[in-house]
Unconditional design. Structure first.
Length: 257
């Protein structure tokens, strides 16, 4: 349980089964505070990605509620949910850029889809600003994704994720497969983006415990479809929960090796 901060996302007794027998989410309760970075960790197969899909409204729960800014998205009609998603930004695991679009056109894409009131010149200007904000050089704006390094693709993906000024920014395993130098760059990019966008709520799924404790205001660990522990990094280092202690010790040791 977090402190007295305003809540951006709240899960109430959330359950999800795909076969009416085994529950991927099994009575999960969680409060994600507004304006903070919350990191979701846990063993593989504990429901982190499924939970993210529920946050985005891509999956509907079998039972329970998800409230985003106090609105229950679990009962929201599809048309309203599509509009509501404009308040979200997502940086996918592999950036998920369109291969046949240039850097700037990748960033323009969501603006064109959702801001039909803007002229092409206005959309282009917004895209240019977002790319500059994530540290991409103007000489790269006309390149295709195949011409970019892994780190540059992450920057473009992030620029696209913040194109519509989201209130909540989701990161799905942003450092998976990256070397330690690139991982640190992405972690710093998350921190810088959060710092310079007032009121932004950031939700990060990661296997990198060092990053989780370094960038997260709060960390939530999932196990068997429930939240095993939710608190600050200090709470995780001082916990008496044996499974959490083992997970943290092994995870940090692996990160150092």
């Amino acid at each position: 349980m977090v402190g007295k901060e305003e809540i951006a996302i709240e899960c109430i007794d959330l359950k999800k089964t795909f076969n009416d027998k085994d529950y991927v989410l099994n009575g999960l309760n969680l409060q994600i505070p507004k304006g903070k970075i919350t990191v979701l960790i846990g063993f593989s197969g504990t429901g982190k990605s499924v939970l993210m899909k529920h946050f985005l409204g891509l999956e509907r729960p079998s039972s329970g509620q998800i409230k985003v800014f106090d609105e229950d998205i679990t009962i929201m009609p599809d048309e309203l949910l599509t509009l509501f998603r404009r308040r979200f930004g997502v940086l996918f695991q592999n950036a998920a850029l369109f291969d046949d679009l240039t850097v700037i056109d990748n960033v323009i894409f969501p603006i064109k889809e959702h801001r039909i009131d803007l002229s092409r010149a206005e959309r282009t200007e917004i895209a240019r600003e977002r790319l500059k904000q994530v540290g991409l050089d103007e000489k790269d704006f006309g390149k295709l994704p195949s011409e970019l390094s892994g780190g540059m693709r992450k920057r473009v993906g992030l620029a696209r994720a913040i194109a519509l000024d989201p209130e909540i920014l989701f990161y799905d395993e942003p450092t998976t497969g990256l070397d330690p130098i690139m991982t640190e760059m992405v972690d710093n990019l998350i921190l810088e983006t959060h710092k310079h966008r007032e009121g932004l709520t950031s939700v990060v799924i990661t296997h990198d415990l060092s990053a989780a404790f370094r960038i997260g205001d709060y960390v939530a660990m999932l196990d068997k479809g429930k939240i095993l522990l939710h608190g600050t990094s200090k709470d995780f280092f001082e916990t008496d929960i044996e499974l959490v202690k083992r997970f943290v010790t092994k995870g940090l040791h692996r990160g150092e090796s």
